[in-house]
Unconditional design. Structure first.
Lengths: 835, 124
């Protein structure tokens, strides 16, 4: 007998190559020697050549059932000592019963976790036979159970705890063993053939040699009050409902062994017998009902959960969609213990294109064309329920042909519903041994639906990922301690660090604590309280890796799932630009407010100054018109002087207000394309009346090649108006004013000049003429002065439009005021050339 | 033929007088008031042939007076010339929309105003 793990050979009989590979890799990794067989005949051949220490046997094989194979393996010598462990995905009722009848030592439900596989295999190989070694120091326990897996599990578990364990398969055997050598305790199943647990307990209590033995009864089903009462009457120390880890059994056993044993009174036999029988029948009925359906549902659910779990794992791990499709299909098939299947998805260019196929042939009429009946997939997917082939839903001839081509006895087809996306279909071969196709329809539908959900989920996950990485908002996930578990690209960029530098560290330490300083760099730091989840945006400042600070706006909210707080999510953005804009906006509002007040003030002043002046002029005119009686010539002259001065005063007030308004409107020089001749003509027309009244000739000299200027037309009008107004003031009656427009001597500029025949400007004044408040030389014969604002304003306006202004003048030769403006450099409009 | 009657609505007494002297010199009958309220009662009472209306008035500005005049059937037909110190073009548009026949920006040239009055009254 092989007892050493290093030399142990395990025979794996499994037709699904994926499962086989999983077992091989797992077992070899643990040091076992592995032999593999894909079907019954190969298994028998291998067993003949070299008998293994343990056999793992898939119940569904292509050439014979697992049960038949087990029977034949049992005929080999040493077979009695060799554990045979059954493996199955979906367990049918027949299989369930067969497994329970003891042809197998153990049972493993698919999918088999590698750790579980090793645990079970090691359990059987290290404790060969049915009896544990005698190292048990806590006492000898006789485990009685007719169900081999339960018996084995209980024996192993109690052995682990430290008992020396013997086993018996039913009450009669147990009683015989106990009488032969009384154990310290008996742990017995209630429902057993020949002699059940209650009966065994009563017999033990009635045997003088055994009546002190502790008895723990174990039931696999729900225990009613009457069962407990009966257990007490037959003298059991405890009555426990079995749980997988047997913790309550172990606790009850310990209590029973430690408590002082006293003989128990035995209740009247006939009463006991009646009650006993009733209870046993009840237990039996219940257990059959529960075990049958539960085991089956459990197996289906296990397979479904395994499929979903596998699908999720594959999709989260695999980037290549084709590889993912194959692995997902493999996972589904493995979970169902199926050896052949295919997966189809609608593509734009091909409905139900084959995406993955395992176990089917490739030839014509193969899986790619769904065995020549691809239209059937469309029909099936349109229906709510999966379809079995053969069944009433498929014409006999069609079904036969499909199954022939597929090389299987039965197929189940289920839709893969993906919301808002092309639909697909899942096809699985159904093992011939299967006695309940309805189970398969449910399984196929569930897996199909889960596949669809998983695909939708994967798409959503990908969309979410793209959203997170595309947004400009920094998004950081924190665990409950405030440590970063995720940071999107924007967050990493805003913090001026790499993703690795941010991950896992406490956010506050990264953004709010200077290196080497224990305390937060920020007074009244809100980040700590934010982590408690106040959930509103606050403004603050974050440190970047280089030590600089960025002004941010951030919001931190708890991530909750139900009542559970998983952590926090913080979103933040750089608000330096916004703050700048806000500052500018405030400045602009203030400026606009100031301007409005100034404007109102000017309007008011203008009204107040002009009103009395108007009255003065009006009444002077009335007097001059003789409306208040005849005037003497002297009176008429004096009134004329009043009128002239009133006019001058009004003109000065107008200048003053205009200057003030221009000053106020400083911000508004908006260059555009300006046709200078048009503006010059307008301004000339405006002053024509005044010029005529003074007998001054006002003319223009405009070159036809003058290009448009880049300037603010309002400002150009203002400059020209000022210069022409000045010229009119200083030019004596009968004089001449000429406005020229031509290309400037410097490139890219146009020049406008206003030449008068006035007295001219002395050399010492020329440079100061454009100064603020300069009032000209103290020359007595000049007709009048101004405020010294107009020319200063012209210079300011010309300069701010990237031009220059100057005067050419000499006393007695008149003055020529010139200014330039840049040429408008818009690309010329291309015109269509007529053919 | 009886003299045409002109209602002068102007809050500044000097300007009111100046206009009055001008109009009287041309043999118009004049009625002088200094605010909007008085303008409406005078218009009702005197039924002038023409109204010279300053827009900036105490007790209801010129626009309000214009609106009221238009709403009273017996007065709605009286031609009204608007005078104003306001320089916004919108004032002019609004006054003309409200039925004013002419608009003068102050300071008003007396001669030009007389010409307009003659034109409106159709006896130039």
């Amino acid at each position: 007998m092989v007892t050493h793990k290093g030399a142990a050979t395990v025979l794996v009989i499994e037709d699904n190559p994926i499962t086989r590979k999983l077992f091989r890799v797992t077992l070899k990794g643990a040091g076992y020697t592995v032999q593999e067989a894909g079907d019954g005949h190969e298994a028998l051949e291998r067993a003949r050549r070299s008998w293994p220490a343990l056999i793992l046997l898939d119940l569904r094989l292509p050439d014979m059932t697992g049960f038949d194979l087990a029977e034949r393996l049992r005929e080999f010598p040493h077979a009695a000592e060799t554990p045979i462990i059954a493996i199955s995905g979906l367990v049918s009722q027949a299989e369930q019963t067969a497994v329970n009848t003891g042809r197998f030592h153990g049972f493993l439900a698919k999918p088999v976790e590698p750790s579980r596989l090793l645990e079970v295999v090691a359990g059987y190989l290290q404790r060969p036979g049915m009896v544990s070694d005698t190292s048990g120091s806590l006492g000898r326990v006789l485990v009685v159970d007719d169900e081999p897996v339960q018996r084995k599990l209980t024996a192993l578990r109690l052995g682990d705890v430290g008992y020396a364990v013997e086993t018996a398969a039913d009450g009669q055997e147990a009683l015989a063993r106990a009488r032969h050598e009384p154990p310290d305790a008996i742990v017995s199943d209630v429902l057993m053939p020949a002699l059940d647990g209650f009966g065994l307990c009563r017999q033990v209590r009635q045997d003088p040699r055994l009546k002190h033995v502790a008895v723990v009864l174990v039931s696999s089903a729900y225990v009613e009050e009457e069962d407990r009462a009966l257990a007490t009457r037959v003298g059991a120390d405890a009555y426990i409902v079995r749980t997988p880890e047997l913790s309550e059994v172990i606790a009850a056993l310990a209590t029973a062994l430690l408590s002082e044993r006293k003989p128990r009174s035995v209740v009247a036999l006939e009463f006991l017998t009646t009650t006993h029988l009733q209870r046993v029948v009840r237990q039996l009925e219940r257990q059959v009902a529960v075990a049958g359906t539960l085991a089956r549902r459990n197996a289906t659910l296990t397979a479904e959960v395994a499929a979903l779990d596998g699908i999720g794992r594959v999709l989260s791990r695999t980037q290549d969609p084709n590889v993912a499709a194959h692995q997902v299909l493999a996972t589904c098939l493995e979970a169902g213990g199926v050896s052949a299947g295919a997966m189809y998805f609608n593509r734009i260019d091909e409905p139900f294109a084959l995406r993955a196929s395992i176990g089917f042939g490739d030839g014509p009429g193969g899986a790619a064309a769904f065995f020549g009946y691809k239209d059937l997939l469309t029909e099936v997917v349109a229906q709510p329920a999966p379809v079995m082939v053969p069944s009433a839903s498929v014409p006999d001839g069609v079904a036969r042909e499909i199954l022939d081509h597929a090389g299987v006895g039965r197929l189940v087809i289920a839709g893969i519903p993906v919301p808002g996306a092309p639909t697909g279909a899942l096809v699985m071969a159904v093992p011939d041994a299967e006695d309940d196709p309805a189970e398969w329809l449910v399984f196929a539908r569930t897996v199909g639906a889960q596949l669809g959900q998983a695909i939708a989920l994967a798409r959503t996950a990908r969309t979410n990922e793209l959203l997170l990485e595309s947004t400009g908002e920094g998004i950081v996930a924190l665990d409950v301690r405030g440590c970063v578990t995720f940071a999107n690209q924007a967050a990493v960029r805003l913090l001026g660090r790499t993703a690795e530098e941010v991950k896992g560290v406490a956010l506050h330490d990264v953004v709010h604590a200077r290196p080497g300083e224990a305390h937060c760099a920020f007074e009244g730091c809100g980040l700590g309280t934010q982590l408690a989840g106040r959930g509103h945006f606050v403004e603050g400042s974050f440190l970047r890796k280089d030590g600089s600070q960025i002004p941010v706006e951030y919001d931190c909210r708890p991530i909750r799932e139900g009542d559970l707080e998983l952590g926090f999510v913080m979103s933040f953005r750089n608000i330096s630009e916004r703050q700048q804009a806000e500052r500018l906006a405030i400045v602009e509002v203030l400026q606009r407010h100031q301007l409005r007040i100034k404007d109102e003030f000017l309007t008011h002043v203008s009204h107040e100054l002009r009103t009395p002046l108007t009255a003065m002029r009006e009444f002077t005119t009335i007097l001059l018109d003789g409306l208040a009686g005849e005037l003497r010539p002297e009176q008429r002259d004096y009134l004329g002087i009043i009128l002239r001065n009133a006019d001058e005063l009004r003109s000065m007030i107008d200048d003053l207000l205009e200057a003030a308004r221009s000053e106020m409107a400083r911000l508004t020089v908006r260059p555009t394309r300006v046709a200078l001749p048009v503006i010059i003509d307008e301004v000339i027309a405006h002053h024509a009346a005044t010029a005529r009244a003074k007998g001054i000739r006002l003319r223009t000299d405009l070159r036809s090649d003058v290009p448009p200027a880049s300037a603010d037309p309002i400002r150009v009008r203002q400059i020209l108006g000022n210069l022409i107004g000045n010229a009119l003031k200083f030019t004596p009656e009968g004089g001449q004013i000429t406005v020229h427009a031509r290309l400037a001597p410097e490139p890219g500029a146009v020049q406008v000049s206003v030449a008068d025949s006035g007295p001219g400007v002395p050399a010492e004044s020329v440079d100061r003429l454009f100064d603020y408040m300069y009032q000209g030389p103290n020359t007595v014969d000049l007709p009048r002065r101004g405020f010294g604002i107009g020319l200063h304003l012209c210079k300011d306006l010309v300069t701010r439009q990237n031009g220059r202004i100057w005067v050419d003048s000499a006393p007695g030769r008149g003055s020529t005021f010139c200014f330039t403006l840049p040429v408008h450099s818009a690309p010329p409009v291309t015109e269509a050339v007529p053919s | 033929m009886t003299a045409k009657k002109i209602l002068i609505v102007e809050d500044d007494p000097d300007q009111r007088l100046a206009i009055n002297v001008r109009l009287r010199s041309k043999a118009f009958a004049t009625v002088l008031v200094g605010d909007g309220q008085a303008a409406l009662s005078a218009a009702r009472r005197e039924r002038p042939d023409l109204i010279l209306l300053d827009l900036g008035l105490p007790a209801g500005d010129g626009f309000l007076v214009l609106e009221r005049l238009r709403a009273i059937p017996q007065l709605s037909g009286i031609p009204t010339i608007v005078l104003t110190a306001r320089d916004a073009a919108s004032s002019q548009d609004r006054a003309l929309d409200l039925g004013a026949v002419a608009f003068f920006q102050k300071p008003v040239d007396g001669v030009a105003l007389l010409a307009a009055i003659h034109q409106v009254l159709g006896d130039g």
